[in-house]
Ligand binder design. Sequence first.
Ligand code: C2E
Ligand code: MG
Ligand code: MG
Ligand code: MG
Length: 287
Amino acid sequence: ARANDRMLDCFVYTTQVSEGISAQLALMADVTKGIERGEFQMHYQPKIELKTGRVFGAEALIRWHHPTRGWVRPDEFIPNAEHSTLILKISEFVLREVIQQIHQWQQQQFQLQIAINISAHDLLQPGFSDLLLNLLNEYNVANEAIELEITEGSLIDDLDQVINELLKLTEANVSVSIDDFGTGYSSLQYLYRLPISLLKVDQVFVKGLPADEDASHIAKAAVVLAQKLGITSLAEGIETQECLDYLGQIGCDYGQGYLFSKPLSADDFVAWYTSYEPIFSAPPREG
Ligand code: C2E
Ligand code: MG
Ligand code: MG
Ligand code: MG
């Protein structure tokens, strides 16, 4: 009977896994259709300078309103898309959408640097940097107006190609950040080899601050590492004033999180920005 139970467990498990896989396949098949049907849109979350409380930019984050599933979170489709050329379709949509938005905001005298998330896999496509530079040109947007956030959601074997594409972009004054620092496959190698100007400390090391001692050691080390490398640091996922104050004390340059604002639609973001009163971090303690 026990062997039978185990077989049954195994059967249930296998069925669940394959249901999971076919659900993912169905979802992936819907991405292309979804882009054509206009189901995707970008939301924007402010990036704050911690010393002054001023907004210095925003991060563009994709949102998908699926016809039958409702809102689908990027974590549910980006990682799988990264394993195929689908990620290129998504990134192409994102680049055009954001650059078009910056162009529209420029016409309204609203100028902020906007960060776009891309996968390191995008950079393995030889034409990627040209696509981006051409779009900036097409919409008459300055290269300095955007920033790229790179994550390493899956392992990259041809880092040289990634570096070549990135160098083309940084030479054209597009700045590059490393996202989710501390959680990826090769964060330190990226930091060492890629032309990066901002290090984004992953929210897993930020959420529990200041109480979580281990997280605080890692956050502090990441901020110092950035300083030593001559680049700036940003903490993701700031939800409380105590967390913000602590980050100010350890010398973190920038921050993002629900304490300031959740990601908002373009119109809501402008409305938020217009009425924003700076939230400062407490000045560093003496000694
Ligand atoms: P990410 O780039 O690290 O973005 C930060 C994520 O943390 C966002 O989730 C954001 O909504 C969330 N977040 C921001 N502040 C807080 C906070 O205070 N507390 C908590 N709990 N969460 C916070 P989101 O929008 O669901 O995106 C998840 C990930 O999906 C992103 O992580 C990024 O890696 C990827 N992604 C999102 N948009 C795009 C895109 O357009 N292209 C690509 N390639 N990836 C994207
Ligand atoms: Mg990001
Ligand atoms: Mg991140
Ligand atoms: Mg992330």
